[in-house]
Each structure stands twice: as structure tokens, then as C-alpha cells.
Design a binder for this molecule. Structure first.
Ligand code: CO8
Length: 263
């Protein structure tokens, strides 16, 4: 349980089915140090051991930032092909762990989401930005490129042309422009409040069905249309073998709300 863990760089709260993971190093604008990554990985493992957790919000502590990137002081202490590659792979692993969670995940972007911070948001299923959000991939200003999946996930999400613009100019995008380009799904006065509303809606849906949606989209992006359609049909078959499907259709016909058990 989370009470047994003394996280120093993050906070994790769970109320009912909703977990909120807050990257919480406001003095460094929540930059992702190696320790912070390790704690996020640990927290995600713990959350998945808890069968009650049905949705996750990721957000940033303090007033100014979601996450302002990888920790630049740690990056500055590294050098060489090997160290760079290993650091990139280690961060990619945690992003992959987040992307692969069977529950819906929402990034509540409450300020700066730059570099590794935007990559963290890109590893979530959907993104909500507050009016104060500033999103960008400024790695080239440091002589680097995005290393936690950004070059791949951003291009898949908003297209190569828009992704290249953001990465090559290093410019920061405000919430409304991010919305217009499909980089975020929603803009709200308070990103966390809006994310909670969205999560509550999702928690009413069939949990297995949602995990299968995620799997179909994720695996489909890595293959041909034909291959993806086959994946969809396979997963559709799995959904039809669940009690949740029985319950969902019966509830509709009974004109009541479905009570999904995730079975
Ligand atoms: N890392 C470490 N510390 C940071 C970071 C960061 N990414 N961002 C901010 N901080 C620190 C500042 O150094 C400052 O510390 P201090 O008070 O001790 O001087 C504190 O947070 C507050 O920041 P500022 O005073 O700069 O606040 P401002 O409001 O003036 O500016 C900005 C806010 C514009 C967000 C500014 O802080 C900034 O530009 N930050 C860096 C943004 C950035 O370049 N991020 C990308 C980092 S690179 C990256 O993420 C690469 C990922 C892939 C790596 C893969 C291989 C390992």
C-alpha cells in the first residue's frame, strides 16, 4: 500500500477507483530525476496490484509546472554514447510501463509540460490542459533530441509535419493551439478537476472493454490495417466472452445502469 512507501518525489492518492499520481518536486518544476522515474515505476507496479484502481491521473505538484522535463542537472553530468543510450532506454521503459497499463490514464497538464514532461503526457491515453499550460519539446536547445519516446509518440499523435515543427523550432504551444492540433483532448480552467470528471465517466464503463480498446489501438498502430483489423476481431471475441458483456447488454435491455465487475 502507498502508506508503507515513503515516496520523496511523487505523491500517490487513491479514492475509490481513481488514483492520482502527482510528480512533486516543485522546486525543480517537477523535473524527472532518475529517482523520480524509479518512484513512478514503483508506484505504477503498486497501483496495478490493487484491483480497485480503475483509472489513473498523472499531474504535477505546485503552481507552475506539470513536468518541466528530464532533470537537466543530471543530464549535464552524463556523457557518451553508452550513457545516453542507457538513460534514454531507462526512461522509455517507464513511459512504456505507463502506456501499457490496462486502465485509462489521463495527463492533467497544469503548467509547463516540456521535454520529458510532454513525453510523460504523451504516454497517457488522453491529455487535459489548463489555460496556463505550455507544451513543447525544447531538447534541441540543449543539443539533444527527445529520448523518452517523444519523436515516435508525438508524430503518431499529431502527424510527422506538426511533430517536426514542434521539435525543430522548440517552441512552446499554449493550450488552445495544443487543442487545435490534437496534442491535447480538452482545455479547462482547472485541468485536474476536468481530469477527475473524465475519469469518473470512464470508471462507469466496462473495465475489460476499456483495456481491450487500449490494446487494440496500441497494437494496431504498430501494424498494417489488415493486421490491426485482425487484432480488433480477436479482442472483440474476448470481450464477448466476458460477464461484463452479459451485464452491459442486459442492463441496457432492463433500462438500468450496468454494474460492471471486470469479469
Ligand atoms: N531540470 C532541472 N531543473 C529544472 C528544470 C529541469 N528540466 N526545469 C526547471 N528547473 C529548475 C530551475 O533550474 C530552477 O531552479 P533554481 O530555482 O534552483 O534556479 C527552478 O526549476 C525554477 O525554474 P526557473 O527559475 O527556470 O523558472 P522560470 O519560470 O524562469 O522558467 C521554464 C520556467 C521556462 C520551464 C524553465 O525552467 C525551463 O526552460 N526549464 C527547462 C525546460 C527544458 O528544457 N526541458 C527539457 C529538458 S531536456 C529533456 O527533457 C530531455 C528528455 C529526454 C532525455 C533522454 C535521455 C536521458
Amino acid at each position: 500500500s502507498f502508506d508503507e512507501f515513503e515516496f520523496r518525489n511523487i505523491q500517490v492518492d487513491r479514492h475509490g477507483g481513481l488514483a492520482v499520481l502527482t510528480v512533486d518536486r516543485p522546486k525543480a518544476l517537477n523535473a524527472l530525476s532518475a529517482d523520480t522515474f524509479a518512484e513512478i515505476a514503483e508506484a505504477l507496479d503498486l497501483l496495478m496490484e490493487d484491483p480497485e484502481v480503475g483509472a489513473l491521473i498523472v499531474t504535477g505538484g505546485g503552481e507552475k509546472a506539470f513536468v518541466a522535463g528530464a532533470d537537466i542537472s543530471e543530464l549535464a553530468a552524463m556523457e557518451g554514447v553508452y550513457a545516453g543510450r542507457e538513460a534514454s532506454l531507462a526512461g522509455q521503459d517507464v513511459m512504456h510501463q505507463l502506456t501499457s497499463l490496462p486502465i485509462p490514464t489521463i495527463a492533467a497538464i497544469n503548467g509547463y509540460a516540456l521535454g520529458g514532461g510532454l513525453e510523460l503526457a504523451l504516454a497517457c491515453d488522453i491529455r487535459v490542459a489548463s489555460g496556463t499550460a505550455r507544451l513543447g519539446l525544447p531538447e534541441v536547445t540543449l543539443g539533444l533530441l527527445p529520448g523518452y519516446g517523444g519523436t515516435q509518440r508525438l508524430a503518431r499523435l499529431i502527424g510527422a509535419g506538426r511533430a517536426l515543427d514542434l521539435m525543430l523550432t522548440a517552441r512552446q504551444v499554449k493550450a488552445e493551439e495544443a487543442l487545435a492540433m490534437g496534442l491535447v483532448n480538452y482545455v479547462a480552467d482547472n485541468a485536474l478537476t476536468k481530469a477527475r470528471e473524465i475519469a469518473e465517466t470512464m470508471l462507469k464503463n466496462g473495465p475489460i472493454a476499456m483495456s481491450l480498446v487500449k490494446e487494440a489501438v496500441r497494437r494496431g498502430l504498430d501494424t498494417t490495417l489488415e493486421g490491426g483489423l485482425e487484432i480488433e476481431a480477436d479482442l472483440f471475441g474476448m470481450a464477448m466472452s466476458t460477464q461484463d458483456f452479459r451485464e452491459g447488454t442486459r442492463a441496457f435491455l432492463d433500462k438500468r445502469r450496468a454494474e460492471f465487475k471486470g469479469e
